[in-house]
Design a protein around this ligand. Structure first.
Ligand code: COA
Length: 148
């Protein structure tokens, strides 16, 4: 199946929220949070489309502590499109855009029992830096980084 990666905009909000709810039960972003992210100047949002259908989306925010970095805020692929490298393609695309905005690093958090996502990040050379105790309330998180 052919997927097109393109910028997301507020017109996609309903579709993105449906996928978000399908992907997460307790930790899902609200529709309002997704709307905020889609309109935030410091955010980069992409969708993967299979024809007219949105198969997945990814949102990162540009942040700074000691260095500038892209922070992957959410990454979701609708159930029926999983296992087809949609997430891989979206991550690779957003890394290019993060680099273009001047950052040499990408960071993200993941639940420590989310083996699919951990395998995905590891396959793309993200490295686990530390555990984030209680990060998800009901579970611990892991903090991953990648040099771009
Ligand atoms: C995690 C998720 C984004 C992966 O999306 P995807 O498009 O199916 O992933 P890809 O096809 O690009 O997979 C790339 C690699 O990730 C790993 N992976 C993906 N799904 C996996 C699974 N169910 N079990 C184990 N490893 C998996 C594999 O290493 C895979 O490489 P391979 O196909 O050569 O084995 C998707 O399962 C999802 O949306 N999950 C719910 C939301 C979520 O957890 N998001 C991440 C939050 S941090």
């Amino acid at each position: 199946m052919d997927f097109q990666i393109e910028p997301a905009n507020i017109g996609f909000l309903d579709a993105l929220y449906l996928i978000e709810k399908q992907c997460f039960d307790v930790d899902a972003f609200t529709k309002r949070q997704i709307a905020y992210l889609l309109s935030d100047y410091s955010a980069i949002a992409l969708v993967a489309k299979a024809g007219p259908v949105i198969a997945g989306f990814i949102i990162a925010q540009m942040e700074t502590d000691s260095v500038d970095f892209g922070h992957i805020i959410t990454l979701n692929v609708a159930q029926v499109y999983r296992g087809k490298k949609v997430a891989t393609r979206m991550l690779e695309a957003i890394e290019v855009l993060i680099k273009l905005r001047g950052a040499d690093e990408c960071r993200l958090e993941v639940r420590e029992d989310n083996y699919a996502a951990i395998n995905l990040y590891t396959s793309l050379r993200y490295q686990c830096i530390c555990q984030l105790k209680g990060y998800y309330g009901s579970g611990h998180g892991l903090y991953f980084k990648k040099s771009l």
